[in-house]
Design a protein around this ligand. Structure first.
Ligand SMILES: NC(=O)c1ccc[n+]([C@@H]2O[C@H](COP(=O)([O-])OP(=O)(O)OC[C@H]3O[C@@H](n4cnc5c(N)ncnc54)[C@H](O)[C@@H]3O)[C@@H](O)[C@H]2O)c1
Ligand SMILES: O=C(O)[C@H](O)[C@H](O)COP(=O)(O)O
Length: 321
C-alpha cells in the first residue's frame, strides 16, 4: 500500500482527504515535533512526506526515506529547509504552498508594524507587571506611520500584500527585489524600486519579505544596519537568518534604531538573549500564517501536491532546484 507520512499534526479534514485517496497515512502525533532520529524513522518506506519548515530535508533524510519516496510536500511557502538539488538527484519532487498564506502573513507583518511603532508590547508588559500608570499627555508616546516610507526587501506575494496594507495607512512604498513588483500592484501602490543599499539607508521602516537563500543570508548585516536612518524600525516575517540578529540587538540597545518587531529568529526557537532584554522589541513566535483558515488551506494544498505526484500528475507547486 502507498504510504504518506505527515511530520506534524495537521487539520483532520486534510488527513481525511489523504486517507480518502486510499493511501496509508501516518501522522506524527507527539506533543513535540519529532527530533531528528524520530523524523528519520517516521519517513522510512514513505512514498510521500508532508513536511514543515523545521524538518531538514537533505540527502540523509532522502536516504532514510528510501527508494519509494516520490514527493516531499512542504506545508510552507518558504523552502529553505529543503535541499532541492538532493531531491532532484533522487527524482523526488519537492513542492511548497504559495498563494494561500500571503494575506495572513502580511496581516501579521502589518500588526507587528503597528505594535512596535505604537509601543504596544511595552504597554502590555507594564500592565501585566502591575506597575502603576496613569493617562499622561506624554506617556508611552510612539510614532505615526502616516507619511513615512516603508522599504520592502522582497516584493513578491507577501511583500506586495504588506505594501497594500501600508498604502491604506498612507505610507509611501519603496522596495528592493530581484524582479520588479508585479503590475498592476506596482502602479496602484506607486511603489518605487531601488538598489538595496539605497533602500536600507533611506526608509523609515525596513520590512523583510524575501526567501532565505545564500544570497539573502544576513542581507541586513551589521554594515547595512549601520547605514539605517536613526530612529528607523525593522520588521521581519521572512526568515531569522536574513538578519544579523546580534548586530540588530546592538543597534536597538544603543537607541540608534527605534524598534524592531520579529516573527522569526536566526536560531529558532532560541532567541538571542540580547533581544529578550530590550523594551523596544516586539517578539512573536513564528505566527505569520497561523490562522485556522490559512493553515487549513496550506495543508490542503500540500495534500493536493502529494496526491498529484502519487497519481502520476504534475504537482501544482513543484519547486525547481
Ligand atoms: N513568518 C511566516 O510565518 C512566514 C509565512 C510565509 C512565508 N514566510 C517567508 O516569506 C518569504 C517570502 O514569501 P513570498 O510568498 O512573498 O515569496 P515570493 O517568492 O512571492 O517573493 C519573494 C520576493 O523576494 C525577492 N528576492 C529574492 N531574492 C532576493 C534578494 N537577494 N534580494 C532582494 N529580494 C529578493 C523576490 O524577487 C520576490 O520579490 C518565504 O520564502 C518565507 O521564508 C514567512
Ligand atoms: O514559509 C512559510 O510559509 C511559513 O513560514 C510556514 O508556512 C510556517 O507558517 P508560519 O508558521 O510561518 O506562519
Amino acid at each position: 500500500m502507498t504510504r504518506i507520512c505527515v511530520t506534524d499534526a495537521i487539520p483532520e479534514p486534510s488527513i481525511a482527504r489523504l486517507r480518502a485517496s486510499g493511501h496509508e497515512v501516518i501522522v506524527h502525533d507527539g506533543p513535540q515535533p519529532p527530533d531528528r532520529a524520530e523524523l528519520l524513522t517516521l519517513v522510512e518506506g514513505a512514498d510521500a512526506v508532508l513536511t514543515v519548515l523545521s524538518d531538514r530535508v537533505d540527502a540523509e533524510f532522502l536516504e532514510a526515506a528510501g527508494p519509494r519516496l516520490k514527493v516531499v510536500a512542504n506545508i510552507a511557502a518558504g523552502h529553505d529547509n529543503i535541499d532541492l538539488a538532493a531531491c532532484a538527484a533522487r527524482g523526488v519532487v519537492a513542492t511548497n504552498t504559495p498563494g494561500v498564506l500571503f494575506d495572513a502573513t502580511a496581516d501579521l507583518a502589518f500588526g507587528l508594524l503597528l505594535a512596535v511603532t505604537r509601543r504596544l508590547g511595552e504597554g502590555e508588559r507594564l500592565i501585566r507587571a502591575g506597575r502603576p500608570w496613569r493617562y499622561r499627555t506624554t506617556f508611552l508616546l510612539g510614532h505615526s506611520i502616516e507619511g513615512k516610507t516603508i522599504g520592502l526587501i522582497g516584493a513578491g506575494q507577501i511583500g506586495t500584500a504588506m505594501a497594500r496594507r501600508c498604502r491604506a495607512f498612507r505610507m509611501s512604498i519603496a522596495y528592493a527585489a530581484e524582479h520588479p513588483m508585479r503590475e498592476p500592484a506596482r502602479t496602484e501602490l506607486d511603489a518605487v524600486g531601488m538598489p538595496l543599499d539605497e533602500l536600507v539607508a533611506s526608509c523609515d521602516v525596513i520590512s523583510l519579505h524575501c526567501p532565505l537563500t545564500e544570497g539573502t543570508r544576513h542581507i541586513l548585516d551589521a554594515g547595512r544596519i549601520a547605514t539605517m536612518r536613526p530612529g528607523a524600525y525593522v520588521i521581519n516575517t521572512a526568515r531569522g537568518a536574513c538578519i544579523d540578529e546580534h548586530a540588530l540587538a546592538q543597534a536597538l540597545a544603543s537607541g540608534r534604531l527605534a524598534g524592531a518587531a520579529l516573527d522569526v529568529y536566526e536560531n529558532e526557537p532560541e532567541i538571542d538573549p540580547a533581544l529578550l532584554g530590550l523594551e523596544n522589541v516586539v517578539l512573536a513566535p513564528h505566527l505569520g500564517s497561523a490562522n485556522v483558515e490559512t493553515r487549513t488551506a496550506m495543508c490542503d494544498l500540500a495534500a493536493e501536491n502529494a496526491l498529484a505526484v502519487l497519481a502520476g500528475r504534475p504537482a501544482p507547486n513543484a519547486l525547481r532546484p
